[in-house]
Design a protein. Structure first.
Length: 181
């Protein structure tokens, strides 16, 4: 059975929006290794319709970051959307209608790790529907002060810390799983 793992760059005050504006000074070899390990274990990638449209337009045409472009273009992708009807990006399946049932079926009939990032809305929905298996956060030692936060106006979700590491930069690499108890 596959597991769904969500990954975010996040500030101390919970901001995930526009990490390109505050994350870069903290990127180092330790963070690169952690991100690389996540990419290596990924057997598929999950995204919402907006991220799909942005990434498919960019990663199929860019000559930047060739390693990631090769990875994402060749990896199986699942897009959760009730507005997107078809996807022409290589190895992409649109999951629509009863999305929760569709993702449960995908998890049951596949193995490995389905990685997702970039959408607070999607991760909130996954948690609310009991579909998120792990939440990985790279917590940066910066208070951004504005922007979308990972959890805004949401119900309470109990999480259990199962792994932690502190990078030399002060970034915390944290892994949480839903905690039913």
């Amino acid at each position: 059975m596959a597991k769904i793992v969500s990954n975010f760059f996040i500030s101390l005050d919970g901001v995930i929006e526009s990490p390109d504006q505050w994350h870069t000074p903290y990127f180092d070899d330790q963070m690169g290794a952690a991100i690389g390990a996540g990419m290596q274990e990924a057997t598929a990638f999950l995204m919402g319709g907006k991220l799909y449209e942005e990434w498919s337009a960019y990663w199929t045409t860019t000559d930047q970051d060739e390693d990631f472009a090769k990875f994402i273009n060749g990896t199986r992708k699942y897009v959760v959307s009730n507005t997107l009807r078809e996807a022409d990006w290589n190895n992409t399946t649109v999951v629509s209608g009863d999305v929760a049932a569709g993702l449960r079926e995908i998890k049951e009939r596949t193995d490995g790790t389905i990685q997702m990032s970039g959408s607070a809305t999607t991760v909130r929905w996954l948690l609310a529907n009991g579909l998120l298996d792990e939440l990985k956060l790279l917590v940066h030692p910066v208070a951004v002060g504005h922007g979308q936060r990972l959890f805004e106006d949401t119900p309470t979700h109990r999480l259990k810390l199962v792994e932690s590491e502190t990078f030399r930069s002060g970034v915390l690499n944290l892994t949480y799983v839903p905690d039913a108890g």
